[in-house]
Ligand binder design. Structure first.
Ligand code: HEC
Length: 505
């Protein structure tokens, strides 16, 4: 049988060739980063392909289909593995690169392998960036807006590139389509091609082996079975870590992208934190004498580009003839300092983002987000299976009903715009109680309210009727959503019928 296949394909001898490859100095756990990265890439390709079965790229369906993915345990698992697989892949690429850097494995004749490797890192980062937009939730929208605006800053080609990536002057369905095309076709194709080149060059030069004065003295090991076992063991460990994170720390879906929300604080993926930190650190304007410096451009485009060019040129910048650590002090120090700077910038960005988030209005809880638009999708009943649920036009049935319930039951006391009347009925517009804890508002509606309260410096001591029995739980949920989102500057999470059903005093 094997003979039959070998005669027609040559596969058997090819595999033997591959497995008996020399490993200078014998197998080592130091060599596993490349294969572990490859493994993470395969996880991403497999989960990514299946996710396209459920995702619908357009402004009206991207968030809705992502929400459907979250609501089904099987697809939610798939998405979470893809999410953590991305982080694993990027972390492993960085570790792999760092190890090659420290060992000087980029030195002649492996310069091109290094260059292809750095390009692979770039493609991986673009994959992370484009994937970030696809859920089309608040963070996806506003974080991608930051990166698109940065693209637009680039001299000459910037505005054109931004227009192409964005698919027009503003972000919308065209943007999702561009990012989707990049994320599922162009970048994966580039990735697979570059990985092929990377491995072909690797096979051509063989493995670099440990840092020794005279590599000829090294005993030579074989790829099979020792190195193969170590590679497989570490890939398995990576898999276990991804599954652990998937099960215990699944990703979070924000509310659907709302371009009018000016208070949302976007946060980048962890691997872009250092760039984000750099942007946050530079003063908005600085000048040498009368010449103003384009600080934003420097922080977002010039510094990263110079950094990239230097990294690409490392095999030529490192002039030492041997790979020994003592002859490569400059590169080793440079690497150490860069790693420290990147970590400090990332921590700085994380801390400042968290402080801004704490100051901004709180985001709705995950349960609220996933329950959102349930009223609108059930009332239009266009949901087909677990797939995309088109959300109809802008004002959902729920909010239209909320406005109706308000004008028939509440406006007589609280005013048509929720402005209240001083001393008698408290305003509901710009009232922190209304936009605060949803459960408390549910309680006020269900059981009524009396006793002295104070709103915007005015005291009220009246009687708010209980609405339990008068209004259905669905109407109570809709009217609360209405007063929390449509009066004055009120902007708070929606309330669902499920939350009202679940309310206990
Ligand atoms: C008969 C007049 C009346 C009607 C009708 C009425 N309310 Fe009230 N509402 C009041 C009064 C009076 C208070 C203040 C109670 C107090 O002083 O303790 C109040 C308080 C509230 C509060 C709490 C405000 C705060 O700062 O604590 C909310 C929320 C509220 N009403 C919502 C509604 C909604 C929604 C409706 C319609 C379903 C409605 N009310 C209908 C009279 C009314």
């Amino acid at each position: 049988m094997l003979n039959w296949i070998e005669k027609r394909t040559g596969f058997v001898s090819m595999t033997k060739d591959f497995l008996t490859e020399d490993v200078p100095g014998g197998a080592s756990y130091w060599y596993v980063f490349g294969s572990a990265t490859l493994f993470a890439m395969i996880v991403q390709i497999v989960t990514g392909i299946f996710l396209t079965f459920f995702y619908a790229p357009s402004a009206d369906t991207a968030w809705e289909s992502t929400r459907a993915i979250y609501l089904n345990p099987f697809t939610h698992f798939l998405l979470s593995v893809h999410y953590w697989g991305a982080s694993a892949m990027i972390a492993l690429v960085f570790l792999h690169l760092l190890q090659v850097l420290i060992w000087g494995a980029y030195k002649s004749p492996r310069e091109l392998q290094w260059v292809v490797g750095v390009l692979l890192l770039l493609v991986t980062l673009v994959l992370g960036l484009t994937g970030y937009l696809l859920p089309w939730d608040m963070d996806a929208y506003f974080a991608s807006q930051v990166s698109l605006n940065i693209t637009g800053l680039a001299p000459i080609a910037g505005p054109i590139l931004q227009n192409i990536a964005q698919g027009g002057g503003t972000m919308g369905t065209a943007t999702i389509n561009r990012f989707f095309g990049l994320h599922v076709w162009l970048m994966p194709a580039a990735l697979v091609g570059l990985v092929g080149a990377h491995l072909a060059i690797f096979r051509h030069n063989g493995s670099a082996g440990p840092v020794v004065d005279d590599p000829r003295k090294l005993k030579v090991g074989r790829f099979w079975p020792d190195q193969m076992f170590m590679d497989a063991a570490v890939s398995f460990l990576v898999f276990v870590v991804i599954i652990f994170l998937t099960l215990f720390f699944p990703p979070f879906l924000d509310a659907k992208a709302d371009p009018t929300n000016s208070q949302f604080v976007p946060y980048p993926a962890w691997y872009f934190l250092s760039l984000f930190g750099l942007l946050g650190l530079v003063p908005p304007s600085l000048s040498i004498g009368p010449i103003p410096l384009p600080m934003e451009l420097i922080a977002t485009i010039i510094v990263p580009t110079v950094f990239l060019v230097v990294v690409l040129a490392i095999p030529w910048l490192d002039r030492s003839t041997t790979r020994s650590f003592s002859s490569r002090k400059g590169i080793l120090w440079g690497t150490t300092i860069m790693v420290i700077v990147i970590v400090i910038l990332s921590v700085y960005a994380q801390v400042t983002t968290m402080a801004k988030q704490a100051a901004a209005p709180p985001s709705p809880s995950q349960a609220t987000v996933l329950a959102m638009s349930e009223t609108s999708t059930t009332s239009t009943s266009t949901t087909a299976g677990g797939g995309a649920a088109p959300s109809g036009g802008a004002p959902s049935a729920g909010s239209a009903n909320g406005a109706k319930v308000f004008s028939t039951n509440c406006a007589s006391c609280h005013g048509a715009q929720g402005q209240g009347s001083p001393g008698a009925f408290p305003p509901l517009a710009n009232n922190p109680v209304v936009t605060g804890d949803a459960n408390k508002v549910i309680g006020i509606l269900v059981d009524g309210l009396h006793g002295s309260i104070s709103v915007a410096g005015q005291t009220y001591n009246g009687q708010m009727p209980a609405w339990k029995g008068t209004l259905s739980n669905g109407d109570i949920a809709d009217v609360i959503t209405y007063i929390r989102t449509a009066l004055g500057n009120n902007k708070a999470s929606a309330v669902t019928q499920a939350q009202v059903n679940a309310y206990k005093p």
